[in-house]
Design a protein around this ligand. Structure first.
Ligand code: FAD
Ligand code: NAD
Length: 460
């Protein structure tokens, strides 16, 4: 039995971040991860590989279609899919090495194997390492895995989850994507740019549920203009493979034939085999672990963070929780401001948001003022040749405090950081409007949207 102050099960963004913060605070820490590399879903089969593919496929489309707009002539542009995939692997490998170095630098002891909590303070590791660990505190950070749909014959080849869709060996002729959420839109866009016909089937009458409705509706139009096909209000009843083809059966509609199907209908927590039932750790109806203040589960000394618990399934949310959980254990106080967690969909254009949507404010009966500024009126957007989309700021009608910021447009994912800081610091739209923004930058659109809240945008 090896003894530590803290055992973390799961080496993803929630787990490895918690382990490093705990070591910084002076705890002896063990981190148990079953995969050969740390970094979790995010690094292995999530955020990073998908963003590499989005970046490469966007450059491919630019080289084919828009370099000429800049007066640049290129010869025949051809796709080297194997080269593109190899670059993705290199990026993942390099970042994994970085995490290993950070864990070593902070003296976190890494164990390779599957962790099972066998008693309140005991974890058994099964795998390359076979060992029992003991600690007064255990953080569960085992993340999530793709949700499956009934009557879908997954085969990991033609009918797949996001994991396999990050590594197709050739470009599908016709890819059907089930689910118009983050994964469906991002990976659908990757394969569309690389040459596939892409049809997205969505159960709801809209895309990206939870996103501000107006922004999602505008994004839908832009994606359709790029050639992505959408069938909203569509219920898939089953998916079957027939030789090298797939048939997607729909309620009240003709089946669709295609050569690949990506099912992207959400993710479910990874709790199997952890020992939750035996210990009496409480879960909710969707299988997520229920936590109280300080990320404490129903069993003393056991905590849970990240995709395992309620809230958006995002890497940065998992990291914030990992840090807050450890600080709570060591310092007795911790806090995550869930109103200031940004979300970014890395399509083209990107869709980024923080805080409240118009719908949620209306539902809560909060009076708000709205300021909108289109990228069409922004100088830098013109220099980039990317004038689609807009910034929308929602501020409290009485206090002017910024309640929500929604951006559809170029580099929205980077621009949103300023809005996150504004919400975190309790800024008003007047604060944003009186802040000097460099010219010519896309960020001026945020200043102008803030001015628009006050009815005095200069450039629109
Ligand atoms: P995970 O990252 O899932 O890590 C959990 C780790 O625990 C894994 O490494 C797993 O191997 C390990 N594990 C599980 N069970 C055990 C066990 N019993 N013993 C030992 N180890 C175990 N989020 C963003 O914020 N931005 C994005 O751009 C983004 N893109 C994404 C794209 C895709 C295709 C996918 C699938 C997800 C994406 N996400 C993105 C979501 C993000 O990956 C997750 O929210 C994040 O990884 C959750 O972190 P976590 O630490 O809670 O869990
Ligand atoms: P999601 O929850 O974002 O979207 C799932 C979509 O599938 C929803 O629109 C839902 O209405 C639809 N759906 C559900 N059942 C359906 C059915 N039977 N038929 C048709 N449509 C159906 O889930 P996801 O896209 O699988 O992503 C999983 C998680 O990963 C997300 O919660 C997200 O937080 C995270 N993620 C984040 C990013 C990012 O931050 N850029 C990227 C990828 C994934």
């Amino acid at each position: 039995m090896e003894r530590f102050d803290l055992i973390v099960i799961g080496g993803g963004p929630g787990g490895y971040t918690a382990a490093i913060r705990a070591a910084q605070l002076g705890l002896s820490v063990a981190c148990v991860e079953k995969e050969p590399i740390c970094g979790g879903t995010c690094l292995r089969v999530g955020c990073i590989p998908s963003k590499v593919l989005l970046e490469s496929s966007e450059r491919y489309v630019e080289a084919k279609n828009s370099f000429s707009n800049h007066g640049i002539k290129v010869g025949d542009v051809a796709l080297d899919l194997a080269g593109l995939m190899a670059r993705k692997e290199t990026v993942v490998r390099n970042l994994a090495r970085g995490i290993d170095t950070l864990l070593k630098k902070n003296h976190v002891r890494r164990y390779r194997g599957t962790g099972h909590v066998t008693a309140q303070h005991v974890v058994r590791v099964d795998g390359e390492d076979k060992v029992e660990l003991e600690a007064p505190h255990i953080i569960l950070a085992t993340g999530s895995m793709p949700a499956s749909l009934p009557n879908v014959d997954y085969d990991g080849d033609r009918i797949v989850t996001s994991t396999e869709a990050l590594s197709f060996g050739d470009v599908p002729a016709h890819l059907v994507v089930i689910g118009a959420g983050y994964i469906g839109l991002e990976l659908g866009m990757v394969w569309m740019r690389l040459g596939a016909r892409v049809t997205v089937l969505e159960y709801l009458p809209r895309i990206l549920p939870g996103t501000d409705e107006e922004m999602a509706a505008e994004a839908l139009k832009l994606f359709q203009r790029q050639g992505m096909e959408f069938r909203l209000d569509t219920r898939v009843t089953s998916v079957k493979r027939e030789n090298d083809q797939c048939r997607v059966y729909l309620e009240g509609g003709e089946p669709i034939s295609c050569d690949r199907v990506l099912v992207a209908v959400g993710r479910v927590p990874c709790t199997q085999g952890l020992g939750l039932q035996e210990l009496g750790i409480q879960t909710d109806r969707s299988g997520r672990i229920v936590v109280q203040e300080g990320f404490r589960t129903s069993v003393e000394g056991i905590y849970a963070v990240g995709d395992l618990i309620a809230g958006p399934m995002l890497a940065h949310k998992a990291q914030e929780e990992g840090v807050a959980c450890v600080e709570g254990i060591v310092e007795g106080y911790s806090h995550v401001n869930y109103d200031a967690i940004p979300s970014v969909c890395y399509t083209h254009p990107e869709i980024a948001a923080v805080g409240k949507t118009e719908e949620s404010l209306r539902k809560a009966g909060t009076a708000f003022t709205k300021g909108v500024f289109p990228f069409l009126a922004n100088g830098r957007a013109h220099t980039l040749g990317e004038t689609e989309g807009r910034v929308k700021i929602l501020a409290d009608a009485k206090t002017d405090r910024v309640l929500g910021v929604h951006i559809l447009g170029p580099r929205a994912g980077d621009l949103i950081a300023e809005a996150v800081a504004a919400i975190q610091f309790g800024a008003s739209s007047e604060d944003l409007a009186r802040t000097c923004h460099a010219h010519p930058t896309l960020s001026e659109a945020i200043k102008e949207a803030a001015l628009a809240v006050l009815g005095r945008a200069i450039h629109f």
